[in-house]
Design a protein. Structure first.
Lengths: 125, 360
């Protein structure tokens, strides 16, 4: 089934976003990590990079394939989870905690496309 | 609707994640690609490879007919020997890469890639001289038991003395009471066996092997591990590393080409290419920058696209980002450097000696 905390917002691309003040911390969902299999490499954007909602901003890679990571909101990268470079296994073991990807400062306030946990679970079917 | 092997229900019972591969519903992993990969390197893994095709040549002209299709020389093999070879088009490109099992000069079984079964059979039928091939793929399931513990596990289930079956040799015998072709072949770089049996007996054989090997750390292994294992050995995967536009000379498979044997389809093209010089070569490389190379990524030299990646992964045993790709012959020597374009950025790579993985 998977674990989808009610405190987070979700996208159809299987990312989550957690509001922290004006910013959002971004990660992948439990469903996404299970689908990827063991993540062996994460490609994250540099701090300062502009990302666009719904567009790829990086990639998570298993032994099998590279999967794009999609930005839940439009904004600027203010932090990237550097610890994942050396050991990306937190993406699988703790996708909502130590497996966070980046922190974004939104430059476009529109978050109407984000879903709550119930809607996301429904999307998963 | 994907085709199913006779082990489909067994895979689902084990909780495998199933994917479509070459039109077949196949297990990509049971629990973890990396754990399954490591089981094969350190103990043993069991793969369902029943999707592979088997085409038989039977009759007085069998040897000459098969040898007229293959790049390698089956006439130099003994009965009971298996041979890796290319099946080429007239331009010297790969129709497929195959393993031919020589039961006798009058009976040869050719194991072909699942994705190429129909194409190969049509090609063989059109081009074979003196013997008509028969597609017997539906009469065989195939299990691959691979790893350093494979022989010990298999020996418990068969009266056949496995010490008498050398690498790329095969015999026939019962395994757990199931009649099998027992071949000491594989696609992982480890010692191991490929077992061909009747589809109706496949699940009994599968279960007997898993039970016999449990104490040795045998794990069912999926296509994910099969791919990472073969990539660490730089074994070519048809459709990824070799195809109808690339010759064995370009693919670094000159050792399976015997230009001094009887005529075979594609021979003239290979002779021409050899005389003119091979323009590009399939090399093994390591990324020295951060990233993982993948099939289809461009190879760049001084910012210009000069080749392409055909396979790449993070090798679970070598613990490095490794790749295989075609580069111009001038940049193919060990130590040569180039870039791989990953999501729009150049990442440095260096040609290394292969296989990438070697038992320490």
């Amino acid at each position: 089934m998977g674990n989808y905390p009610g405190s987070l917002k979700y996208t159809k691309d299987h990312e989550w976003a957690r509001a922290e003040g004006s910013r959002y911390v971004i990660g992948i969902t439990d469903h996404a990590q299970a689908e990827l299999g063991e993540v062996v490499f994460v490609d994250l954007p540099e701090v300062g990079k502009q990302v666009t909602a719904g567009k790829p901003f990086g990639a998570a890679e298993s032994t099998k394939a590279a999967s794009d990571l999609f930005a839940p909101v439009t904004g600027k990268v203010v932090k990237a989870n550097e610890a994942l470079k050396a050991d990306p296994s937190a993406l699988n073991s703790d996708p909502y905690g130590a497996g966070w990807l980046v922190e974004l400062e939104p430059t476009d306030g529109d978050t109407s496309h984000l879903m709550d946990a119930d809607s996301y679970v429904k999307l998963l079917g | 609707m994907s085709r199913q092997t006779p082990l489909n229900a067994a895979h689902r019972k084990l909780g495998a994640r199933m994917v479509d591969f070459a039109g077949w519903d196949m297990p990509v992993q049971y629990t973890s690609v990396i754990a399954e990969h490591e089981a094969v390197r350190t103990a043993a893994g069991l793969f369902d490879v029943s999707h592979m095709g088997e085409i038989e040549f039977h009759g007085p002209g069998a040897l000459a007919a098969v040898n007229g299709l293959l790049t390698n020389d089956l006439s130099r093999c003994a009965d009971g020997q298996a041979l890796y070879a290319g099946l080429l088009n007239d331009e010297g490109g790969f129709v497929d890469d195959v393993v031919a099992y020589r039961f006798s000069a009058e009976r040869i079984l050719v194991c072909v890639n699942a994705s190429n079964r129909e194409k190969d059979f049509a090609w063989m039928t059109a081009r074979a001289r003196g013997c008509t091939p028969v597609d017997r793929s539906d009469e065989f399931a195939q299990l691959a038991l691979q790893g350093p513990k494979a022989a010990a596990i298999l020996q418990r289930l068969t009266p056949v003395q496995l010490s008498g079956v050398g690498t790329y040799r095969f015999t026939e015998g019962a395994v757990a009471g199931v009649d099998c072709i027992i071949a000491r072949t594989g696609y992982t770089g480890e010692d191991g066996f490929e077992l061909y049996c009747a589809p109706v007996r496949a699940e009994a054989l599968w279960n007997a092997l898993l039970a016999a090997g449990a104490a040795n750390g045998l794990k069912p292994a999926g296509l994910g591990a099969r791919d990472s294992l073969r990539t660490e050995m730089k074994y070519a995967l048809y459709g990824n590393d070799i195809d109808d536009a690339h010759t064995p000379l370009e693919a670094g498979l000159g050792w399976i080409v015997k230009l001094d044997k009887q005529d075979f389809v594609g021979k003239a093209a290979l002779e021409r290419q050899k005389a003119a010089g091979v323009p590009r070569r399939l090399v093994g490389f390591e990324l020295t920058g951060a990233g993982i190379a993948r099939h289809g990524y461009p190879v760049l030299k001084d910012g210009q696209r000069v080749g392409e990646v055909t396979s790449g992964t993070l090798g679970p045993s070598v613990k490095k980002a490794i790749g295989i790709g075609y580069v111009p012959a001038a940049h193919s020597a060990e130590g040569s450097t180039f870039d791989v374009e990953i999501r729009g950025r150049p990442v440095a790579a260096r040609v290394v000696k292969t296989p990438f993985w070697k038992r320490g």
